[in-house]
Write a protein that binds this ligand. Structure first.
Ligand code: ZN
Ligand code: ZN
Length: 615
């Protein structure tokens, strides 16, 4: 007998000879086998008596160890590899293989855990009126009899919030997995899962790979969250992977969110998912959303609109807490008053941000930092002035206009200890980026103002509206139900803002789906994005264009190649190709062929992103 062994590296599986006395259940076991002059651990992904290649001296596996994954687990790894265009070894690496090898489970564990009852695959979508309702719904799915559960949460702080409650129900059966754990702790968690000691796993996106042998439920909290998308190969989306794993394992999948993704809502509309009604939850009161026009007076006018300022003063007098949010770090940008040119990073092609305390401009993408240029590089004039607004400027304005101290919130680490040291009479105001505000869910504010929403709405990405809607919903969750959320905009009549103001999810979904349909964007099509990084000197654009033109496929749209700012430090140039099709099979087979061809080119680094989040 022979076995195909996958190693946690960028290689397809290799064939080895099995010893005559090998146990019958070899698939899913960890084995040691010779590879490139070394002995390495790998996973048996298939057993055959008829290997693909003959005549060659096939080496034998050396050390046969315990089962790491079940047959369904192998199916899942193969799907990840196939769908996300990555070798199975890379999928294995994401799937805790290293930890499994180190965990050295002693004794022999059964390939598949006990059969409980007839299981059936079904995915449920729950549009939760609040985070609280979302957690309550999860608990309804969990009783102490349930076996084999994976719970995914987008952020570690959310896990920390739920885990103590689950611990009360499940005790030692519960284990936590996320990237902030030490290697030793992660290995320990994997060991507990493989040995069957723990069968209730809660974690961030990688927990979708938890090597449970038998799964009855996978829950994905905050299913819309971009945190579920892995940036590195295999660039999987844990939400989609959870649905596929549930399908393979014949398990229930619960997707929930206070602002579900357009894709999931669509899947529920066409009957692929079952909608769970929020009726059993009492009507949730939400803070009022007020749309406020920007200050149009030129000159010394403050960024903060009068109405917002009034409410902030009111909040002070009541000893309440006010949150100011803006999606830009630093003080402002630097613009030439003569010609309108904005100082940019030459390498990245994006505006440099002015940091007042440092008296310097910085590229938030590549980290380049320099003095403010004295003259304009376009018109050579000397009228370089701060323009636009960032967190530092809002902080300055608040402190000036309201005569109070504020807390600036930009990074994750400025948030510990949690909850924030917010004694209302000392620090009634927090200024932060919306990114930082994600970590604020434990904190409740009396009111908040969001600036720069126009920038979020107008990002060149077909998901810009969806993301804005989700962002505002999430910020609203940090405000007391009888408080207010102000959105400052140049365009108060904007259609999307009107949906947002009324929390009109249905209106928004219908509108957004009609737009996506018209433009053939997901969920009405599938997309694969190629980023090809290369060294200077080769004329890659032309070569790739020829490659694309040589093969025209019906039902497939190829956009590009276009030059984009570099992504990798050691590769100064990068081109991008976007593939789009309504037929996933056409798209995948073409993408695979293109990837094969591109990988033959020397000195390039290719990143193929299936279902990219940013387009
Ligand atoms: Zn100029
Ligand atoms: Zn830069």
């Amino acid at each position: 007998m022979y076995a195909d062994v996958a190693f946690p590296i960028k290689l397809p599986p290799l064939t080895y000879k099995l010893p005559v006395v090998a146990p019958p259940d070899m698939e899913g076991r960890i084995v040691k086998a010779p590879l490139m002059g070394k002995s390495r651990y790998g996973l048996i992904v298939a057993v055959t008596d008829n290997p693909d290649f003959k005549g060659k001296d096939i080496k034998a596996v050396q050390d046969i160890r315990y089962h790491f994954v079940s047959g369904n687990g192998i199916k899942f790894l193969k799907w990840i590899s196939d769908y996300y265009l990555a070798p199975i070894g890379i999928a294995l690496k994401s799937g805790f293989f290293e930890e499994a090898v180190k965990s050295e489970v002693s004794g022999q564990y059964p390939a598949v855990g006990e059969k409980i009852k007839e299981k059936k695959y079904e995915t449920f979508l729950f549009h939760a009126p609040s985070i609280h309702a979302e957690h309550a719904q999860l608990k309804e799915f969990l009783n102490s009899d349930v076996r084999g559960v994976i719970i995914l949460a987008p952020e570690i702080n959310e896990i920390e919030r739920i885990a103590p409650d689950l611990k009360k129900i499940f005790g030692e059966r519960l284990c936590v997995i996320h990237s902030k754990l030490t290697k030793a702790k992660r290995t320990d968690a994997v060991k507990k899962i493989i040995s069957g000691e723990s069968d209730i796993v809660i974690g961030t996106r990688s927990a979708v790979f938890a090597p449970l042998k038998n799964i009855s439920l996978i829950a994905v909290l905050g299913e819309h969250s971009p945190s579920y998308k892995a940036e590195e190969s295999p660039g999987y989306n844990a939400r989609d992977a959870a649905v596929m794993r549930g399908f393979i394992e014949k398990a229930c999948v619960l997707l929930s969110s206070v602002s579900p993704s357009i894709e999931s809502v669509y899947n529920a509309k066409i009957g692929k998912y079952t909608t769970l009604n929020a009726d059993s939850h009492p009507e949730t009161k939400r803070p009022r959303i007020k749309i406020v026009g920007e200050n149009r007076t030129k000159g010394k006018a403050s960024t903060i609109a009068g109405e917002v300022l009034k409410e902030a003063k009111n909040t002070i007098s009541k000893k309440g807490k006010f949150l100011f949010l803006i999606n830009r770090k630093g003080y402002s940008l630097i613009r030439c008053e003569d010609c309108g040119h904005t100082v940019q990073c030459k390498k990245c092609g994006i505006p440099l941000v002015f940091y007042k305390a440092k008296n310097a401009v910085r590229c938030n993408y590549c980290g380049l930092e320099k003095n403010i240029p004295e003259s304009c590089e376009e018109c050579k004039g000397f009228a370089m002035k701060p323009a636009g607004t960032g967190t530092e400027k809002i902080k300055e304005e608040v402190e000036e206009l309201l005569g109070t101290k504020t807390l600036l919130l930009e990074k994750e680490r400025s948030l510990s200890p949690s909850p924030l040291p917010l004694a209302p009479d000392i620090l009634p105001f927090v200024v932060g980026t919306t990114y930082a505000a994600k970590k604020l869910r434990d904190e409740k504010f009396d009111a908040a103002a969001l600036f720069n929403i126009d920038q979020t709405l107008s990002q060149p990405d077909f998901r810009a509206y969806e993301r804005t809607f989700q962002q505002v919903t999430q910020i609203a969750g940090t405000i007391n139900p009888d408080g207010s959320l102000f959105l400052q905009t140049w365009n108060p009549k904007n259609r999307i803002l009107r949906f947002i103001k009324n929390y009109d999810f249905h209106g928004f979904y219908d509108y957004e789906l009609s737009q996506r349909k018209m433009l053939d964007y997901p969920p009405f099509s599938k997309i694969v994005l190629f980023n090809i990084s290369y060294k200077k000197g080769i004329n890659l654009s032309d070569d790739v264009r020829n490659m694309i033109e040589a093969e025209e496929i019906k039902g497939l749209e190829v956009l590009g190649p276009v030059e984009i700012p570099p992504i990798l430090k050691s590769y100064p140039r990068c081109i991008q190709i976007l593939l789009k099709s309504k037929d996933s099979r056409i798209l995948h087979s073409y993408a695979r062929r293109l990837l094969d061809k591109l990988e033959k080119i020397k000195d390039v680094k290719i990143n193929a992103d299936v279902d990219p989040l940013k387009v």
